[in-house]
Design a protein around this ligand. Structure first.
Ligand SMILES: *[C@@H]1O[C@H](CO)[C@@H](O)[C@H](O)[C@H]1NC(C)=O
Ligand SMILES: *[C@@H]1O[C@H](CO)[C@@H](O)[C@H](O)[C@H]1NC(C)=O
Ligand SMILES: *[C@@H]1O[C@H](CO)[C@@H](O)[C@H](O)[C@H]1NC(C)=O
Ligand SMILES: *[C@@H]1O[C@H](CO)[C@@H](O)[C@H](O)[C@H]1NC(C)=O
Length: 216
């Protein structure tokens, strides 16, 4: 029994720490770069025609390499953003690409896909982390972008390793949910038992009280 309680506490602790981690990194979307080409888009409704929202739109991505110390290559496959006077000057909507996990890392690229940045073009990280931030000004959306990402030169044989650890990392959440359900059930049973005990011992009192009310 006490071992079960310890496991429950550990699981809850792990879940809380994981939530803290996510808040700390503060990236909305986490992507894992593998030796296989994958893509992400500027907005959920992206189809090359539908614009991203008309102002104050922001979205960020943290790309992590599946295997340590391989560089991540992203490629802007298609990209149209609002630029200054439609002349390709970057004073409106922009994408920032950092060589690390957040905006404190080295800025690798700042682009609006305007002058000098005709698609497709690539950006490479040094190690296995890349942080991509998309920020728009207060008006006029455009078609947005589609970007591919890949872990450059990494062996494909180890590609499954991280997938299984992903499952493992969810285990504490399942244990915590199980513990919560167990605790809730125990409390309900306790409550029901208490209620019946109380009812039994107060049964006579209530009955006589009811009689008083009927008389009145
Ligand atoms: C963006 O924010 C600014 C300042 O808060 C506001 O004036 C403007 O209307 C907003 N634009 C849109 C499209 O919501
Ligand atoms: C990754 O590369 C850095 C810099 O070359 C090195 O310091 C670090 O030990 C490497 N890590 C692994 C796990 O190979
Ligand atoms: C940004 O990343 C660096 C290196 O990983 C880390 O030391 C720093 O605390 C991070 N800053 C924030 C605000 O998350
Ligand atoms: C990024 O890395 C790839 C593969 O090593 C290379 O072909 C490409 O030229 C690099 N691109 C840039 C912009 O450095």
């Amino acid at each position: 029994m006490s071992r079960a309680i310890v496991i429950c506490l550990l699981a809850v602790f792990t879940v809380i720490m994981k939530m803290k981690d996510n808040v700390y990194v503060n990236a909305a979307i986490h992507l894992t770069a593998t030796p296989y080409l994958q893509t992400f888009v500027s907005h959920d409704t992206y189809d090359g025609v539908t614009h991203y929202p008309d102002g104050n739109y922001s979205r960020d991505w943290l790309i992590t390499g599946q295997i340590l110390n391989y560089s991540i290559t992203i490629e802007f496959i298609a990209c149209v953003m609002e630029t200054g006077n439609n002349k390709g000057v970057c004073i409106r909507d922009e994408v920032f690409v950092y060589d690390g996990t957040n905006t404190s890392a080295t800025l690798l690229k700042r682009t609006c896909c305007g002058l000098g940045d005709t698609t497709p073009f690539q950006v490479n990280s040094t190690y296995g982390y890349m942080y991509v931030l998309f920020q728009t000004d207060n008006e006029i959306g455009q078609e947005g972008f589609r970007i591919s990402y890949i872990l450059e030169g990494a062996p494909t044989t180890t590609a499954r390793v991280t997938t299984s650890t992903n499952l493992d990392s969810k285990l504490p959440i399942y244990i915590a949910i199980g513990c919560a359900l167990l605790a809730a059930t125990a409390m309900i049973i306790f409550g029901v038992v208490c209620y019946f005990k109380w009812k039994k011992s107060n049964g006579n009192k209530i009955r006589s009280h009811e009689n008083d009310e009927i008389k009145a």
